[in-house]
Ligand binder design. Structure first.
Ligand code: ZN
Length: 292
């Protein structure tokens, strides 16, 4: 087999290309997710043609082998034999490796305190933790009880940040330095792997958790050139910054930077102070207007 679509054809798995289905982004083929959307026609599970990873809007990352095994029922050794035929250059040629990922010592699974924090902020904690692969710290000299937030790009963790779960601690976010990252965080969009044709652009990761797949975050209110270039590749970008004057000025600036590129840039300002604290109605409206 020379390509992912040949394998899907061989296994008689229905799929759509970008352009044929609104939920399928360029560079991906879309299939119905066998875990959460079996044969519903929504094509929520995108498989990256270049990199071979799968990402679902509802249930996050899946390996190509587990996707094919789950849908076809074929044993893993048969699936691996099919995948062995895929040229490795096709799967790897765009992989960027500029630095070495160094994860902070002491990060582990989320525990009760982290769940309480997420629930206290009104998140569906289990869903957020599962979709965004969150971890946590316990007692720690630098990252005391923080959430550990891995940052994925093309299915791999390339950097990370942490978020305070207390009220007294200074510095809401403490992030990997460029030296600790494969790609520095300010050259990434949080949530990019899950985005399709349109993106809702937030400042921080909590906005992405609240709005869900299709939202991306800049890790701050100033976009770098690299982030603007990434955003310009989506045909619709909707800027949704915090509801305060400085953030709105930055949102104006970002809209201006995106204006020369093809596609459309829209602005939305919520009644809630920030997208991370958006109400269920606000989220439903955003998703219906821009991400459905
Ligand atoms: Zn799914």
């Amino acid at each position: 087999m020379n390509s992912i679509t040949e394998i899907l054809d061989e296994l008689r798995i229905p799929y759509s290309h970008s352009g044929d289905h609104r939920n399928v982004r360029e560079g991906f083929v879309g299939i119905d997710c066998p875990w959460c959307g079996h044969e519903n026609g929504k094509r929520h599970l995108g498989i990256s043609i270049e990199d071979g990873f799968g990402t679902c809007w509802q249930c996050s990352y899946h390996s190509l082998a587990s996707i094919l095994h789950t849908i076809s029922g074929l044993p893993y050794d048969r699936i691996r034999a099919l995948l062995d035929g895929l040229p490795q250059t096709r799967l790897r040629k765009k992989q960027v490796h500029r630095g070495h990922l160094r994860l902070p010592d002491g990060h582990s699974y989320i525990n009760g305190a982290h769940y309480r924090y997420l629930r206290g902020r009104g998140f569906d904690a289990l869903k957020v933790v599962g979709l965004w692969h969150l971890g946590g710290f316990t007692l720690h000299p630098q990252y005391n009880w923080r959430l550990f937030i891995p940052i994925h790009y093309r299915g791999e963790v390339v950097s990370w940040t942490t978020r305070s779960t207390g009220r007294v601690e200074s510095g809401k976010y403490k992030s990997a330095t460029p030296e600790q990252s494969v790609i520095p965080i300010k050259e990434l969009l949080y949530g990019e792997d899950h985005a399709r044709h349109s993106v809702v652009v937030c400042e921080g990761v909590t906005g992405v958790w609240r709005i869900g797949p299709g939202a991306v975050a800049l890790f701050g209110m100033a976009a770098t050139i690299q982030q603007v270039k990434k955003l310009s590749q989506f045909s619709l970008r909707v800027i949704c910054f915090d509801n305060e004057p400085e953030a709105q000025r930055r949102a104006d600036k970002l809209a201006e930077l995106l204006a020369p590129y093809p596609g459309k840039t829209e602005r939305v300002c919520l009644k809630s102070p920030d997208p991370g604290g958006a109400t269920a109605d606000e989220v439903a409206e955003i998703r219906a207007n821009w991400l459905s």
